[in-house]
Design a protein around this ligand. Sequence first.
Ligand code: CA
Length: 228
Amino acid sequence: MRVLLVEDERALARAMQRGLTAQGLLTDVEHTGTDGLDAALTGSYDVIVLDLMLPGLNGYDVCKHLRAAGVWTPVLVLSAKDGDYDQIDALELGADDYLTKPFSFPVLVARLRSLIRRQGVDREPVLTAGDLRLDPATRQVTRGDDILELTPREFGLLQFLLRNKGIVVTKLDILQNVWDSAHDGGENAENLVEVYVGYLRRKVDQPFDTHSIQTVRGAGYRIVEDTG
Ligand code: CA
């Protein structure tokens, strides 16, 4: 079991390295985001412990680059920041778990072991419609050979449409699944869905002259295979 620890507080990193190694988790340490990313990209680790506030490249960016490169080694984010927003942000960027400093060492070890065990088991399959492809594990979206940059909301919308490929979903279905499960619709909310469907089409269809995302008048939307 090999662990990559990316942590710039050297005393903390040393103590964690000693502790993890004593638990049978062989641990390499990097002190900057850039060195951490280089090490992580080798893909030779079973799990990565990643601090958020790092010199060079912050933890968010390390995680984003890693997933974009198709490396899906589980990442546990470790941070002094404790706002809900930071946690959601880290998870949306492809981290698998999150611990706030100060943390309990036994909890960290238990979480790492659980991430290592889960690896490869929980992976949601890649979703496709023709040559449009969404990989939930790496959060990468591609059309043919082109990598598409989607915001988290656009990603969620596309994922929902693809999970229901060929089936008409209503604006209310979309609101409740991509925005808020308690959403009761309303005109403004439906406009919001239209706006986001527009954003998504501009990224996944218009540049490729395809019409994957169809409007079904009076009913909703449906994604189909259209390779242009
Ligand atoms: Ca730090």
